[in-house]
Design a protein around this ligand. Structure first.
Ligand code: ARG
Length: 457
C-alpha cells in the first residue's frame, strides 16, 4: 500500500497502527463525492494554470473512469489503504501514471474530507426529505380512508376526549413537516465549500475557490480556513434534527403498538408487516414498530457520540474528527429505512372501525362537554367542573351510564341542565362541538386534510 505521506519516517508504520488508524472500512462510502471533488479540483488547477492543462485533462479523464467504475459497483476498494482519499489517489496513479501526482496540489485531506462529507450530507438531506414527505402522504391518505372514524383521545394514556382518527394522524404530519423544515434549514449550513482551505491556513497558490464552488454546486465558499477544516457542527445539526425525527417516529410507532394490542384492537397490521413467534404459534407481533421505536436510541447515541468527540478539541483538524462519519452514515441510513418501512406498514394496515365505535362510546369522554354546557349557561368553569365531577361520581357509584340518569336527578346537580343534555353524550356531538381553530371538528379536520393534500402534492 502506498501512503500519501512517509518520506520523513525512518521506520515502517506498525501494522497495528495501520489497522487502528484506517477508515477505509467506512469512508469508502464517500468515494463518489471524493471523486467529484477531485475532478472539480483538477479542473480548477488546470484553469488557473497551477498545473498544465493537459495534465489537468488527463487527471480528470482518469478520475471520471474511476467514478464510472464506482457508480457501476465495479471498483474494488483496497482495504489496505489508510482511507478513501489514499485509495483513489493510488488507483489514479495506477491508471494514468506520474501525472496523478499533481492532483494533490493546494489541498489537504483535511479540507478534502470535509468537502466530501458536506456533499454526502446535502444529498442525504434531500433523500430524507423525500422519505419524510412520502410518509406524510401515506398518513394523509390513511386519514382520508378512515375519515369518519372517531377514537378516544388520551392524556396520561387515560380516556380524555373524543377526536377524529384523522386528527390524531395529522398531528404526526405536522411534526414531520417541522422535521423536514429543520433538515432544509440544516442544508443551508452544509452548503458551504471548505475546499481550498488546505490543511488549515489556505495556500500560497493562486486557486479559484468560487470556480470549484460553482462546479460542485455549493452556494457559498467558507470565509475562514481554520473554521472550514475544524467545524463539524453541520453534522451535529443533522444528527440533532434526526434525533428529533427519530423521537417522533418512536412516538408514532408506540401509538401503533398500543393500537395493535388486543386491549385496544384498533389497528390490524397486515401480515406482510408483522412477525411471528418461534414458540407461540398464535402470535402476530409488531416487531417492525418496535425496531422503529428503538431506533431513536441509536440516533441519540450518534448525536451524543459526536458531540463528545468534538468537545474541547483544539483548532484545527484532529484525527478525532475521523469519527464523525459512522454516526452520520448510520443515522442517515437508519432513518431512511425507518421512514420507508413505516410508510409501508401504515399503507397496508387496517383500522377496526367497529372497535373505534365501541371505544369512543364511553360517555365519560364527554365530561368536558358537560362542563362547557354549563359555562354556556353562565356557570363559572371551576364551578361547572365541580358539578360534573359530582355527577360522574354519582354514576360510578350507582354503576349506571350518564345517559341513564333521570332529568330530575341532573337538575338536582344544577338547575341549568335541560333535556338537551342527553344529546351531548355521544362521540359525534363531542367532536362536532370542537369548532375552535385547530380543534377536532369535522370542518377543521377537513380543512387540515385539504391543506395537506395541496401542500404535499
Ligand atoms: N481519514 C481522515 C478523516 O476522516 C482524513 C483526514 C486525515 N488527515 C490527516 N491529516 N491525518 O478525517
Amino acid at each position: 500500500m502506498s501512503k500519501l505521506w512517509g518520506s520523513r519516517f525512518k521506520k515502517k508504520t506498525h501494522p497495528l497502527v495501520e489497522q487502528f488508524t484506517s477508515s477505509i472500512a467506512y469512508d469508502y462510502k464517500l468515494a463518489k463525492y471524493d471523486l467529484l471533488v477531485s475532478i472539480a479540483h483538477a479542473q480548477m488547477l488546470g484553469k488557473t494554470k497551477i498545473i498544465p492543462s493537459k495534465d489537468s485533462a488527463k487527471i480528470v479523464q482518469g478520475l471520471k473512469s474511476i467514478l464510472k467504475q464506482v457508480q457501476e459497483n465495479r471498483f474494488t476498494f483496497d482495504r489496505k489503504c489508510e482511507d478513501i482519499h489514499t485509495n483513489i489517489q493510488n488507483a489514479l496513479e495506477k491508471r494514468i501514471g506520474k501525472t496523478a501526482q499533481r492532483l494533490h496540489t493546494a489541498r489537504s485531506r483535511n479540507d478534502q474530507v470535509v468537502t466530501d462529507l458536506r456533499m454526502y450530507a446535502k444529498e442525504e438531506i434531500e433523500n430524507l426529505k423525500l422519505k419524510i414527505k412520502s410518509l406524510q402522504q401515506t398518513l394523509v391518505s390513511f386519514a382520508r380512508k378512515n375519515i369518519k372514524v372517531i377514537i378516544p383521545g388520551f392524556t396520561h394514556l387515560q380516556h380524555a376526549q373524543c377526536v377524529f382518527l384523522a386528527h390524531h394522524l395529522l398531528a404526526y404530519v405536522e411534526m414531520l413537516q417541522r422535521d423536514k423544515d429543520r433538515l432544509a434549514d440544516a442544508y443551508k449550513r452544509c452548503d458551504v465549500l471548505p475546499l481550498g482551505s488546505a490543511a488549515l491556513a489556505g495556500t500560497s497558490l493562486a486557486i479559484n475557490r468560487n470556480y470549484v464552488a460553482k462546479l460542485l454546486d455549493f452556494s457559498k465558499v467558507s470565509a475562514n480556513s481554520l473554521d472550514a477544516v475544524s467545524d463539524r457542527d453541520f453534522v451535529l445539526e443533522i444528527l440533532a434534527d434526526l434525533s428529533i425525527l427519530a423521537m417522533h417516529l418512536s412516538r408514532m410507532a408506540e401509538d401503533f403498538v398500543l393500537w395493535a394490542a388486543p386491549e385496544f384492537s384498533l389497528l390490524e397490521l397486515d401480515d406482510s408487516f408483522a412477525t411471528g413467534s418461534s414458540l407461540m404459534p398464535q402470535k402476530k407481533n409488531p416487531d417492525v414498530l418496535e425496531l422503529v421505536r428503538a431506533n431513536a436510541g441509536a440516533t441519540y447515541g450518534s448525536l451524543v457520540s459526536l458531540l463528545t468527540t468534538m468537545k474541547a478539541l483544539p483548532l484545527a483538524y484532529n484525527r478525532d474528527m475521523q469519527m464523525d462519519k459512522l454516526p452520520l452514515f448510520n443515522s442517515a441510513e437508519d432513518l431512511n429505512i425507518c421512514l420507508e418501512v413505516l410508510s409501508g406498514l401504515v399503507n397496508s394496515a387496517k383500522i377496526n372501525q367497529n372497535q373505534a365505535l365501541i371505544l369512543s362510546s364511553d360517555e365519560l369522554l364527554c365530561a368536558t362537554d358537560l362542563a362547557e354546557y354549563l359555562v354556556k349557561k353562565g356557570v363559572a368553569f371551576k364551578e361547572a367542573h365541580k358539578i360534573v365531577g359530582k355527577i360522574i361520581a354519582y354514576a360510578l357509584q350507582k354503576k349506571i351510564f350518564l345517559s341513564e340518569i333521570s332529568l330530575d336527578q341532573w337538575k338536582k346537580f344544577s338547575m341549568h341542565f335541560k333535556k338537551g343534555v342527553y344529546k351531548l353524550l355521544n362521540a359525534h356531538a363531542s367532536v362536532a362541538a370542537k369548532k375552535s381553530f385547530g380543534g377536532t371538528s369535522p370542518q377543521s379536520v377537513k380543512r387540515q386534510l385539504e391543506n395537506w393534500k395541496k401542500s404535499l402534492r
